[in-house]
Design a protein around this ligand. Structure first.
Ligand code: HSE
Length: 324
């Protein structure tokens, strides 16, 4: 049996989740594909941390070029996070003919055209399902089964950390700081939670959604963005009195004149709207298509295994399409 070989950049939370998900489901994945799938090299400095997985020491490298120039490696999975060096590494992998999978919304949102163009120029597949909605298969659905639609609107709860914090503030009455610490302890928040709580992470994801849904690239810094740091218990109680819940919503809408209106901000969502019932670290994406009508996709938007599930889904797709 042929074995598809993968180079992994980064063995942090999501890298570990991806490695674990592959170990958990290897026999089913390999049986479906009719090929072996193996992570053969891992770019990671910390070789000793207990991650709850067994990684042979010889898989670790400190030299990214060992991965990019290895002719045996077919796919590079980038899970370093951050814009650089992640973007340069992805471009280098593409230029060396490797297919690339990433969960890195910040890098994609900042360098969308460069990454897409380089993938095309090198005739490789570039997949990033895990970058929006974690385990929710939203990007593949928008660009696959929903392709026949003109999209009219998207309303997304796209950040698990802030949804967790708002849920805890609403249902447990805890204050913002306690809820944030709890979210970080559970591994939902970014290393620097500013990107989560200021809405920047959700804006990155909205950039990607708008590019795919409306073929319109808006840099995340150009999306009017308000986070949740100013939300008080009082705001939550006022919303409750109006039969609403406060949610951090990434919103884009196509107007009659063809312009797209967009923003990330806390919104009062009526209790009767399906987005009002999305709690804890769960994400949801509510989409209106001109043929299909209203749809909502729901699932875990953060966390190592749900995100690892989406990363591996992309790997499987690439193997199915071009490596068997
Ligand atoms: N920090 C992000 C979140 C991780 O809380 O949703 C997933 O992108």
């Amino acid at each position: 049996m042929k074995t598809v070989k993968i180079g992994l950049l980064g063995l942090g939370n999501i890298g570990t989740g991806t490695y674990k998900a592959l170990e958990m489901n290897r026999s089913e994945i390999e049986e479906t594909l009719g090929t072996g799938v193996e992570i053969v090299k891992i770019l990671e400095r910390d070789t000793t941390r207990d991650r709850g997985i067994e990684v042979p020491l010889e898989k670790f490298t400190q030299d990214p070029d060992e991965i990019f120039t290895d002719p045996e490696i077919d796919i590079v999975i980038e899970l370093l996070g951050g814009i650089e060096p992640a973007t340069s590494f992805m471009l280098k992998a593409m230029e060396n003919g490797k297919h690339v999978v990433t969960a890195n919304k910040a890098a994609i949102a900042a360098n969308y055209h460069k990454l897409m163009d380089t993938a095309k120029a090198n005739d490789i597949m570039f997949r990033f399902e895990a970058s929006v909605g974690g385990g929710i298969p939203i990007l593949g659905t928008l660009t696959g089964p929903l392709r026949a639609n003109k999209f009219e609107e998207v309303l997304g709860i796209l950040n698990g950390t802030t949804n967790y914090i708002l849920t805890m503030m609403t249902s447990e009455g805890v204050d913002y700081d306690t809820a944030l610490k709890d979210a970080q302890a559970k591994g939902f928040a970014e290393a620097d939670p500013t990107a989560d709580v200021e809405g920047i992470d959700a804006a990155n994801k909205l950039t990607i959604l708008m590019a795919l849904m409306f073929d319109k690239y808006v840099a995340p810094g150009d999306i009017p963005t308000t986070g949740i740091t100013a939300i008080t218990k009082d705001d939550i109680e006022k919303a409750r009195a109006n039969n609403c819940r406060i949610k951090l919503i990434a919103h884009a809408k196509k107007l009659e004149n063809g312009e797209i209106e967009y923003a990330v901000k806390p919104m009062e969502i009526d209790e009767s709207h399906p987005l009002a019932g999305i709690n804890m670290e769960f994400n949801a994406v509510f989409v209106k298509g001109n043929a299909v009508g209203d749809l909502m996709f729901y699932g875990k938007g953060a966390g190592p295994l749900p995100t690892g599930s989406a990363v591996l889904g992309d790997v499987i797709d690439i193997v199915k399409s071009s490596l068997r």
